[in-house]
Design a protein around this ligand. Structure first.
Ligand SMILES: O=C1O[C@H]([C@@H](O)CO)C(O)=C1O
Length: 542
């Protein structure tokens, strides 16, 4: 089937956490509508940019865009931005079932509210390796009162003004600012911030499809009093495991099953809490209620909202990463070896006094002409033809210390991959510019799912650690955590013709240069739609 959507993007006053703020909305709403489809469907989204003075681009996160690399929605990589007043049509096939999301991919626009979920069902009659009766969608986010522009300008200032911790955590676009009385525009009775309700029928099993579109926060999610069985991650079936609390990083999705088997006469909290950074944000909450129970569906649960696990318990979070492997009946075996290994050292740096993030001492900057058009059309001088470094001094670099020379360079060079070759990427985390600190970075790859081959603490040794890789039942994902002071190894096949971003999904970090770009088989890409052009060297170029 073909599913058509007409979206008008505009600024609206919204009050997601009861504080009035301008947000980028879809048809007046943030989050936008959930796109529901069946595997194999074609999705057509006609996007009209009514932002008046701001460009837009929308990324379909987790959709591989096979045969449609121009529809990936990554400004500067796959398309020119959609200008105010213009209309752009995204057409793509959802080729895999699962839980995905969409969000803006232009500047730091995602933080302004343009986001939503994509749910792709298996075709009718096709079994899944678990059973449930109904589903609920849970979109997790973090929220700031400062505008995206103020945040971006701060990050680019000398000295940098960091975005800081979010004011609120949102569940399905709703939260509650704690210091409401301190804000003139805060209205606790505003309908935008009424707590989301999740009704359940006693005895039934539910699939909660959970996505995190946070700009910064790593979250821990729980449903008070109910165990969760993890069954899906980023569109892939997981060997089921039971948790009370689920860690979810920005850009990840999970499905968990819960059975409504608790006392139906009271309500329960759904809670999200910040982990991996010292929290400065209260718990995000929603309410689970039982049909037929004596409690009103809106009643506050009798307990305090769960506070979540210790924010700095990295070992606990690594355990969940390690537990996430492929379902035994759905293992896709990875190739036994790779053709190329790219080692990427993640560091915080300074360039001309500005705080940046870099990979192997190169901080990424998007070109003004999208690579896809530049490469396909042979537009000269659109980007730096020198590829970024393939590795770093892995034997000599001390990942536990502040680096002695934080200088770096800026580049829009990219990695060109042999079509259909097998590529390993090892992401090495390190100490930041502050002593004894290292953060979690969720890395997201466009256009592919990769195998997660391993995680390790401390320094990655290419002579030792590849022997420890899980080649038996690695999960495939599109977003993976690189834990503090640790490394994460992944493998993918470069078999999707196009140009694909690979970056930290923390909005501020990508803005500060924490990303790279891969090209593969661009000569195989079909005729480019002229609508993706119109900026930089593509002007008048079709
Ligand atoms: O890029 C970042 O900058 C701050 C901090 O290192 C300096 O304020 C932080 O936590 C980041 O992730």
């Amino acid at each position: 089937a073909t599913r058509h959507h007409m979206w008008e993007i505009s600024y609206q006053f919204t009050s997601p956490d009861c504080v009035r703020k301008l947000a980028v909305t879809i048809n007046g709403q943030t989050p936008g509508p959930t796109i529901k489809a069946v595997q194999g469907d074609t999705i057509v989204v006609v996007v009209k940019n009514s932002l008046m003075t701001e460009n837009v681009a929308i990324h379909w996160h987790g959709i591989r865009q096979i045969g449609t690399p121009w529809a990936d929605g990554t400004e500067g990589v796959t398309q020119c931005p959609i200008l105010p007043g213009d209309t752009f049509t995204y057409t793509f096939v959802v080729d895999r079932p699962g839980t995905y999301m969409y969000h803006a991919h232009y500047g730091m626009q995602r933080s302004a509210g343009l986001n939503g979920m994509i749910v792709v069902e298996v075709p009718p009659g096709q079994p899944e390796p678990f059973a449930y009766e109904r589903d609920h969608t849970v979109l997790l986010n973090d929220w700031w009162h400062k505008s995206t522009y103020e945040q971006a300008a701060g990050l680019a200032s000398v000295p940098m003004v960091w975005v800081g911790e979010p004011q609120s955590l949102l569940i399905n676009g709703r939260g509650r600012f704690v210091n409401c009385s301190s804000e003139a525009s805060c209205n606790v009775t505003h309908p935008d911030c009424s707590p989301p309700e999740f009704p359940v029928v006693p005895g039934k099993t539910y699939r909660f499809r959970i996505a995190s579109v946070t700009s910064l926060s790593a979250l821990n999610f729980e449903i008070e009093g109910h165990e969760m069985t993890v069954v899906e991650a980023d569109g892939h079936y997981v060997k089921p495991f039971v948790v009370k609390n689920l860690n979810i990083y920005s850009g990840e999705t999970y499905s968990v099953l819960i059975t409504a088997n608790q006392d139906p006469n009271r309500n329960y909290w759904l809670a999200s809490n910040v982990v991996s950074r010292r929290p400065g944000t209260p718990t995000g909450t929603a309410v689970l209620s039982y049909y037929g129970g004596r409690s009103s569906p809106r009643a506050r649960p009798p307990t305090s909202p769960p506070a979540g696990p210790a924010w700095n318990d990295t070992a606990y979070r690594v355990r969940q990463s390690l537990a996430t492997v492929a379902h035994p009946a759905h293992v896709v075996a990875p190739p036994a070896r790779s053709d190329r290994t790219i080692l990427l050292l993640n560091t915080q740096n300074k360039i001309d006094g500005r705080m940046k993030w870099a990979l192997n001492n190169v901080s990424f900057a998007l070109p003004h002409t999208p690579y896809l058009v530049a490469m396909k059309r042979g537009l000269l001088g659109a980007y730096d033809e020198r590829p970024p470094p393939e590795t770093y001094d892995h034997a000599g670099y001390d990942v536990f210390s502040v680096q002695k020379n934080p200088n770096a360079t800026t580049s829009d060079g990219l990695y060109r991959l042999q079509f259909s070759s097998v590529v390993d990427v090892v992401l090495q985390n390190a100490n930041m510019l502050t002593a004894n600190s290292s953060e979690t970075h969720p890395w997201h790859l466009h256009g592919h799912d990769f195998w997660v081959l391993g995680y390790g603490a401390g320094r990655f040794d290419p002579a030792v650690h590849p022997a420890t890789y899980n080649l038996k039942d690695p999960i495939m994902k599109n977003t993976v955590a690189v834990h503090p002071f640790g490394w994460t190894a992944l493998r993918f096949r470069a078999d999707n013709p196009g140009v694909w971003a690979f970056h930290c999904h923390i909005e501020a970090h990508f803005f500060m240069g924490m990303g790279v770009v891969f090209e593969e088989g661009v000569e195989r890409v079909g005729e480019l739609p002229p609508e993706i052009m119109g900026c930089g060297k593509t002007r008048g170029g079709h």
